[in-house]
Structure formats: structure tokens, C-alpha cells
Write a protein that binds this ligand. Structure first.
Ligand code: ADP
Length: 495
């Protein structure tokens, strides 16, 4: 009778709900955008009521549009934008401020102070993260300081949460104050070894334990949704950060399996098994999920400019009409003709971490044309991903057997083939590319035993297309040599 699972996907620009059947097919979805608030340069906020309102509406409208009854829904799962920080009154549920979004840089001075006080190594060792204002810790410290809330926080009058916590508190009966381990591991307050909040960092930032949520499993019944949301109680059975949900949705359940999401930027995550890996390449070590008593960890790295390089060709340079046109143009050439582009528009991330490098196009000759530049942009997405995969392989000591892909630019066949060639590893695109929502649905289904175990969940994942590496090793080595030469020239300083 319970044929369906619904994933709620609370993202940075929109709230979505996606309906899945027991075979993991995405049958329908509903998406609602909501406003971004920019009070000052570098500051980004969301209205907590808008997050809750659009997510609740997306869920309701999906159910009413598809005409299914609440008794047909086995469970609802939740995945969310990570690190975004909320603080509200325990008594009234009223937020004390807007949600401070992950992109917001306002608490950067707190990070500088922590590093000046010698906490950098402690943060890396305990939380697996690299000190940054991106994570929740300093956003919460800023709220407590700026709004003068220390006494109230100490007295237990306030609740801190990330978006999962906020939605569970408001949507689940009995107001649970909880966060799952994958979201907790993005706060920069959570010890990923002991799986508890870290007292040293709490003290350093003057954050009392009384504001913190209870940390729970990624797959597990949180409680029943309030009956007024869908007209009957349905269990909320998973909570996961969006990138971790995508790793789960790509069925990367074994050590060394990895996925790359090709969106505006690229997000690469590798399953590193049941122990966190200390990265030698400034990658982030994070909790992927905890199911039952078992914790699985991941290494995470991102490319700042991925699909955004293609947008730049279209919107700023006018070299292409559509993102899809980049594929035909790039494939019209037999090779790159020695032309390389380093899209370091906002500096270079892992493994380079050079915030002051800037973009370049090099190797131009009189014979270079539009196709060369377009191809160089697509190739740069693949090269940057190779650099990350190589760093992950060295950190974890595991050579990946394949790369699973999703995101807008994974539709580009040229890019995927080139990625396989550069990695010398097959690239596999799944049938369902809504992997974030699928991951939340699979985790929820696992919790309510729609599927008995991970092996059964693995069977849901299906491949759409596999790109096998075909390029000769010498051509591949030559291309990577050209890329690394170009990166060296884009650097702000010599290594
Ligand atoms: P996000 O979630 O970051 O908004 P999406 O997964 O929706 O990203 O992907 C959008 C990105 O993918 C854009 O940067 C766009 O330029 C790129 N993109 C979309 N289709 C293609 C294509 N066929 N070839 C190359 N890039 C593409």
C-alpha cells in the first residue's frame, strides 16, 4: 500500500520535493524559489520562515498535484543546504535573527582570531575541516556576541540548528531538537572521531552546550510529521547534508567509491570507509552518514569554477549560444591544439589553495579559433577534477575504480569522455541524476525498511551510460603536462 517515498531537498535558492517509487524512479517534483537577502557586501541571509514555508508548500503541492494519499507514503526524507546557521527561542520557536547562509563571510574575523590563538591544527584534527567562515561555528558565535545572547543561551532559552534542525523542529510532532551526523560534521564544532561536540572549540567561541541539538543517525525515524502538513502523520526518516546525500544517492557505499557533481562548481566526495582520513592536501574530511552504530566517512573537495566556465563563455564572451553548444564545438576538434584555460576567476582551491591566482588562456596561435577556447574551458573542468581525484587517491591510499557523475554539466558527453580519458578510469552516469533527492529518499526508505539493507539499496542505482577511457597514455600525459604548465603560470607565486 505504501508505494512512495518523498524527498525534501531544501537548497540555497529553492525548496523542492521529489516523489520516488520503490524502484527509485523519480515520478514527480515540485520546486519553489525563495529570496536571497544581501544586507551588506559579503553578507548572505535567508528568512527562516521562507525556508520553512516554501519547503512545507513544496511537499504539500507535490502530494496534491500527484493525487496520492498520505497513507501511500512510506516515509519522507530530508536533505539540505549545509552550514547555514539558525538560532531561535526554545519557548516560542521564534528566530532571533535571519538564517546566516553558508556563503556569508561576516564571521571571517572570528576565524582569523581562532587561527591566531593557535586553534588551526586542533580544528583540522578534531573536526576534519579547514578553518573557514563557511562553516557554522563562527556564524553562531557572531550571533551570540552581536545580539548579546550569552546569558539566554547559557540558561537554555535558545536553540541553535542548521537547516535540518530547523525543519525537524517545526515539521515534526513534539519539536525534536536534533541534527544528523553529516550536518553536525559541517559545523566546525563536532569531533568526527568521538562523534560528539568538541568542548575545546565550544569554550574558544563561548558557545554553551545548552544551545546545541542532539546528534542523531542519518537514516532513522526522527518522528512523525505534524498531521496538518499532509493531513496524516507520516514519518520523517532521514536527514543528510546535500553532498553526503548525493554520495548516498550514487550508491557509493564502499571504500574508494566516489562521485563528482558538475554544477556551477564541482563537488567531489570519496567514501573513505569507517575511519576519517587526515588529508595531506587540504581536502576536508567529513562524516558521510551514520546508520545503526556504523559511521562512514568521506573526503571532500570542490572546484570553484566548473559549469560556471561554460556560463562565462556564453554570457560574458558570447562564444556560444547555449551550454549544450559547447559539446559540438569541442568535439569538432581532434585535439586542443595546445590551448589551455585556467578558470581561476576566484583563485584556485584544493589542492593548490591560492586565493590570489587569476584566470588565463594560453597557447594561442594564429590558427586558434572559437572552438579551441570552448574546448579549453571544458577540458579545464576535467583537469581540475583530476587534480582532486589524485589528491584523494593519495590521501586515502585507494585508487578509484570508476567515477560516478551527476549535475548539469554531466550531460556533456565530450566532457565526460575527456574526464574518463584524463583519469584513465571509467566515468559512469546514472539513470536518475537527481542524486541528492534520491539519496534522502533511499536513506529514509532504509530507515522504515522499504529496503532491508544497503545491498538492496545498491540494487536501486542504475547506470545510464558508461564512458571508458580510450586515449593513449602518451596523449593523456601530454595534455596533463600542458595543464599543469598553465596552472603554474596562473599562480600568484612560484612554488
Ligand atoms: P547548480 O546546481 O550549481 O546550479 P546545475 O547542476 O543545475 O548547477 O548545473 C548548471 C551548470 O551546468 C551551469 O554552470 C551550466 O553552465 C552547466 N551546464 C549545463 N548543461 C551543460 C552542457 N551541456 N555542457 C556543459 N555545461 C553545462
Amino acid at each position: 500500500m505504501q508505494h512512495y517515498i518523498i524527498a525534501m531537498d531544501q537548497g540555497t535558492t529553492s525548496s523542492r520535493a521529489v516523489l520516488f517509487d520503490r524502484q527509485g524512479n523519480a515520478l514527480a517534483q515540485h520546486n519553489i524559489e525563495y529570496p536571497q537577502i544581501y544586507p551588506q557586501p559579503g553578507w548572505v541571509e535567508h528568512d527562516p520562515a521562507a525556508i520553512l514555508g516554501t519547503q512545507t508548500q513544496a511537499l504539500r503541492q507535490l502530494v496534491s498535484a500527484t493525487g496520492i494519499g498520505p497513507q501511500e507514503i512510506a516515509a519522507v526524507g530530508l536533505t539540505n543546504q549545509r552550514e547555514t546557521t539558525l538560532l531561535w527561542e526554545r519557548d516560542t520557536g521564534k528566530p532571533v535573527y535571519n538564517a546566516i547562509v553558508w556563503q556569508c563571510r561576516r564571521s571571517a574575523p572570528y576565524v582569523e582570531r581562532l587561527c591566531a590563538q593557535g586553534f588551526e591544527q586542533h580544528i583540522r584534527d578534531t573536526t576534519g575541516l579547514i578553518p573557514d567562515a563557511y562553516f557554522s561555528a563562527t556564524k553562531l558565535a557572531w550571533l551570540l556576541d552581536e545580539l548579546n545572547l550569552h546569558a539566554r543561551a547559557q540558561a537554555g532559552e535558545l536553540c541553535f540548528g542548521t537547516v535540518d534542525t530547523w525543519l525537524a523542529w517545526n515539521m515534526v510532532q513534539g519539536r525534536p531538537h536534533v541534527t544528523d551526523v553529516s550536518n553536525a560534521s559541517r559545523t566546525m564544532l563536532f569531533d568526527i572521531h568521538t562523534m560528539d561536540w568538541d568542548d575545546t572549540l565550544l569554550r574558544a567561541l563561548h558557545i554553551p552546550r545548552a544551545v546545541l541539538p542532539e546528534v542523531i543517525d542519518t537514516a532513522g525515524v526522527v518522528g512523525e510529521l505534524k498531521a496538518d502538513i499532509l493531513g496524516a502523520a507520516v514519518p520523517l526518516a532521514s536527514m543528510a547534508g546535500d553532498q553526503q546525500a548525493a554520495l548516498f544517492g550514487q550508491a557509493c557505499y564502499r571504500l574508494g567509491m566516489l562521485k563528482n557533481t558538475y554544477g556551477t562548481g564541482c563537488f567531489l566526495l570519496m567514501n573513505t570507509g569507517h575511519k576519517p582520513v587526515a588529508s595531506q592536501h587540504r581536502l576536508v574530511s567529513t562524516v558521510a552518514w551514520r546508520i545503526g552504530k556504523t559511521t562512514t566517512y568521506a573526503l571532500e573537495g570542490s572546484v570553484f569554477i566548473g559549469g560556471a566556465a561554460v556560463q562565462w563563455l556564453r554570457d560574458e564572451m558570447g562564444l556560444i549560444q547555449s551550454a549544450a553548444e559547447s559539446e559540438t564545438l569541442a568535439a569538432s576538434l581532434t585535439d586542443n591544439g595546445g590551448v589551455y584555460m585556467v578558470p581561476a576567476f576566484t583563485g584556485l582551491g584544493a589542492p593548490y589553495w591560492d586565493m590570489y591566482s587569476r584566470g588565463l588562456i594560453m597557447g594561442l596561435t594564429r590558427g586558434s579559433g572559437r572552438a579551441h577556447i570552448v574546448r579549453a574551458a571544458l577540458e579545464s573542468i576535467a583537469y581540475q577534477s583530476v587534480d582532486l581525484v589524485e589528491a584523494m587517491a593519495r590521501d586515502s591510499g585507494v585508487r578509484p575504480k570508476e567515477l560516478r557523475v551527476d549535475g548539469g554539466a554531466s550531460a556533456n558527453g565530450f566532457l565526460m569522455q575527456y574526464q574518463a580519458d584524463m583519469l584513465q578510469t571509467p566515468v559512469v552516469r546514472p539513470a536518475v541524476t537527481e542524486t541528492t533527492a534520491l539519496g534522502a529518499a533511499l536513506l529514509a526508505g532504509l530507515a522504515v525498511e522499504v529496503w532491508p539493507d544497503l545491498a538492496a539499496v545498491s540494487g536501486i542505482w542504475r547506470q545510464e551510460r558508461r564512458f571508458e577511457p580510450t586515449m593513449p597514455q602518451t596523449a593523456r600525459d601530454q595534455a596533463l603536462l600542458g595543464w599543469h604548465g598553465a596552472v603554474a603560470r596562473a599562480r600568484s607565486r612560484a612554488e
